[in-house]
Design a protein around this ligand. Structure first.
Ligand code: HEC
Ligand SMILES: [Cu+2]
Length: 329
């Protein structure tokens, strides 16, 4: 397998035809989208009116009169009264509408049954299912948030380093992740699907490559996924897998954790079920064996300044490591 395989970058999700942010997919997003359109329309209208008045004014310019005379004249005063009289009610109406909308999306209609703790790191997302009533369903994953469709989910937001912002445009508004503080938001996907999310606050070199996905599934699929995530991956006696695991414990375990093994690093994505994820490196690459190796050896080429070093591997080491990573499903 060539280690210099071309890297396939991802831009947006392929799974849903209308997966872009102007299509709200849940009750926490729909009211703000309507507000968005109405505010945009008002702003465009204001620009057009101001533009037309300006053009008219330029064409009807009078001889050089001092400004205070122009304003004091009856004509000037009338326009000021009309301008203020129109703007104030419109601005007040927009303020009231914005407050009403904020209130509508502040809390879900029913109390969320599921809470997920998402911690932002430079430049990826830790996703902890740490609130399950059933302790056997507690686990940690990265950059891929599974939720049951059709119900509200509470997201607790933390940051491990700088200020990031959690944003799934089709499902809810933005909420900041601030070091030393826990913020909350809720989101809901009305139908199953994959919804792209993105850090929306500039947080350093790889801010643009700090994406994630929300995968909404029906209840049965979600239960199957979470049960699988909670399990420890099956071990293998295969010689290549064992050699790959030894290499992993030697070179990777200082940063990465794999549950059920001695790898307990906490500063990097949990790799226990790496193989189950759709994307790696926070939405940057599709999760294929080639891309995994391209990432491991070329992390600094793919995401310069990211907190994973590129790790040189001999051909045989790469094959063994791949064999081990393939067991993490
Ligand atoms: C110095 C700490 C460090 C070491 C050592 C390290 N990594 Fe990483 N790794 C990271 C960080 C941090 C990320 C997240 C980078 C990002 O997306 O910006 C990461 C991301 C990954 C990912 C993508 C995971 C995902 O779900 O997005 C894989 C796979 C991975 N590392 C494998 C390895 C392997 C295999 C080794 C050993 C050969 C290794 N790493 C060594 C810190 C490390
Ligand atoms: Cu960020």
């Amino acid at each position: 397998m060539p280690l210099t395989a071309p890297v396939q970058h991802i831009h947006g999700s392929d799974s849903a035809p209308l997966n872009y942010f102007l299509h709200a997919a849940g009750p926490a997003a729909a009211p703000t989208l309507t507000l968005d359109w109405i505010f945009t329309a008002i702003c465009v209208l204001v620009c057009v009116i101001v533009g037309v008045l300006l053009i008219v004014a330029i064409h009807r310019r009078r001889a050089n009169a001092p400004l205070d005379q122009l304003v004091q004249g009856n004509d000037g005063l009338r326009w000021i009264v009309i301008g203020v009289g129109l703007s104030v009610p419109v601005l007040v109406a927009m303020l009231v509408y914005a407050l009403v909308t904020l209130n509508r999306v502040a809390t879900p209609a029913e109390t969320p049954a599921l809470t997920i703790t998402v911690t932002a790191y430079d430049w990826w997302w830790k996703v902890a299912y740490d609130d399950a009533a059933d302790a056997s369903l507690r686990f940690v994953t990265a950059n891929e948030i599974h939720i049951p469709a059709g119900e509200p989910v509470r997201i607790k937001l933390k940051s491990a380093d700088v200020i990031h912002t959690f944003w799934v445009p089709r499902l809810a508004g933005k909420t900041q992740a601030i070091p030393g503080q826990t913020n909350e938001q809720w989101l809901q996907a009305d139908v199953p699907g994959v919804y792209r999310g993105q850090c929306s606050q500039f947080c350093g070199a790889q801010h643009a490559h700090m994406a994630f996905e929300v995968v909404a599934e029906n209840r049965a699929e979600f239960a199957a996924w979470s049960a699988a995530q909670a399990r420890v991956p099956a071990s293998s006696n295969n010689a290549n897998v064992s050699a790959g695991k030894t290499l992993f414990l030697d070179k990777c375990a200082g940063c990465h954790a794999v549950r059920g093994s001695d790898a307990q690093g906490a500063q990097a994505p949990d790799l226990t079920h790496l193989d189950s994820r759709r994307l790696i490196a926070a939405g940057t690459l599709t999760n294929t064996a080639e891309n995994q190796l391209a990432w491991i050896t070329g992390a600094q080429r793919i995401k310069p300044d990211s907190l994973m070093p590129g790790i040189a591997l001999k051909r045989e080491e790469a094959a063994n490591l791949s064999a081990y990573l393939a067991t993490l499903k």
